[in-house]
Design a protein around this ligand. Sequence first.
Ligand SMILES: O=c1[nH]c(=O)c2nn[nH]c2[nH]1
Length: 294
Amino acid sequence: PKLAAARYGKDNIRLYKVEKDEATKTHTVYEMTVCVLLEGDIETSYTQADNSVIVATDSMKNTTYIFAKQNPVHPPEQFASILGTHFIEKYKHIHTAHISVIQHRWTRMTIDGKPHPHSFFRDGQEKRVVQADVIEGKGIEIRSGISDLLVLKSTGSEFHHFVRDEFTTLPDVYDRILSTSVDAGWKWFTFSGLDAVKRDVALFDETWTKAREITFRLFALEESPSVQNTMYKMSEEILAAQPRIQTVDYSLPNKHYFEIDLSWHQGLKNTGKDAEVYAPQSDPNGLIKCTVTR
Ligand SMILES: O=c1[nH]c(=O)c2nn[nH]c2[nH]1
């Protein structure tokens, strides 16, 4: 037998960082979960119990905190690139660093109509996610994204004229609830290295904001004929908004809400156009995926 692939590191490195503006006494906080996975000339640690090639995962955790202290942690694309570049530069036998950053939301409170200098709340489980692969001799491949953004519309969604055969019971519907939890991502053209990422640092927040706005806007405004078509249109708009993006991907669960027929109770109308009370379904769910490229 031989080792076909190997990467190792520390997952679920949770870190928080506060930036204090001395002049305005305003704090900005960031909270994230980092995963570091390294690849390189590490085969003998698996095959020969040769630990001399192992950078301990504990050391990776230490390094992550030190670099968070010594560098900006926002945007996550830049922090992931800084961290990954360190690992392949510091250790000559390490050739690829896979860095994942999941940024959690701390939204500033507004108190008496004013943004509060140091108070925040978790407005949803939505995350901003980044995967940066720093590859020696190649550059930095970055996928930015949004995950766990739960949305629902109470109308403006249809689904009809699909395959109807001896396996089909689903009726055509012209007015349905649409709910999904958005996992969206956009892959950048490869950056030549850390300097290139730093040069373009402003693009990351700008593109995340645009991608999030496009997702909300099309979700709300489209008379959606299917999840498939709406997610494709979102992808097209994100590609059009940022020429530095190579591909866009969406993975959308269709979180179903079933009508409840109450007609057995005194003829109560609660289906079709009279439907108001529904049963939200935790499972099964549709799952619609796409990747769109130039
Ligand atoms: O938008 C939808 N796409 C589908 O493929 C599907 N299948 N059942 N319901 C569906 N809704």
